[in-house]
Design a protein around this ligand. Sequence first.
Ligand code: SAM
Length: 282
Amino acid sequence: MELWYSEKNTETCKFSIKVKEQIYSEQTPFQKIAFFESYDFGRFFTLDGLMMVNEKDEFIYHDMIVHVPMAVNPDIKKVLVIGGGDGGTVRELTRYDHIESIDFVEIDERVVELCKKYLPQTSSSFDDKRVKHNYVDGIKFIKGRKNEYDLILVDSTDPIGPGEGLFTTDFYTDCYNALNENGILINQHESPYFPNYAKEMKKAHRKLKSIFDVCEVYQFHMPTYASGHWLFGFASKGLHPTKDHKGEKWEALGLKTKYYNSDLHQGAFALPTYVLEQLNEE
Ligand code: SAM
């Protein structure tokens, strides 16, 4: 018997992966977690039936969420990560010796425990001394904080379930306040292709633009996310992602990356016309 994992992109379009087996599944108080072993993407896990991370393409997402802001402000020392229970974002951050502290805030401790067991590829750096674990809702954690962080990375699920509040004007305003004067916010920005995802992309952009002085969007190719075309938002109080890009300084660190490089950094902010039109509609 053949086993397939399928995910609905729309009511009439599905993405399917042939799997060897389902390894584990569990309903937590927050979401349903499931781990699978596949042929083309290695091991992967889903939350509420949506692909989160797989061994084959996770490097793309984690390179792009971390190295883009790190190459704009190479003096980043204090970082807040909201979500990201698989550990891939924390793993990439810990490669920077000059980062002093990483506040890691994940609502669901079971995601971390299970990724430590089933996905060592991404969860390998949780024990780094600079990582402070906080198992609480990111929305509550950030309330009332002022001028604390150089960088906030929102590595969240989509705006449904526990991740919904991480796409609100209130939350983005709290992020603005929690950042220092050179602070950068990188957030999940969904996808421009299918209308149901594009709607969320436009909403997020409109909200961020009303709060931050600099508000840009960048793209990357994520084979296992809906349509494969995915976006992050880059918002800051002043630093611009391409004009303030310090490529040479970043290259001098000697970090080896499989997806990210300095040319790609500049290119990722050059968006297709249909994406620009949708973002400017707002
Ligand atoms: N990179 C993947 C993606 O975008 O599909 C996955 C990111 S990671 C697995 C998303 C994490 O965000 C989940 O582990 C989830 O528990 C966490 N999360 C969702 N809502 C949250 C909230 N309000 N506060 C903190 N963490 C949250």
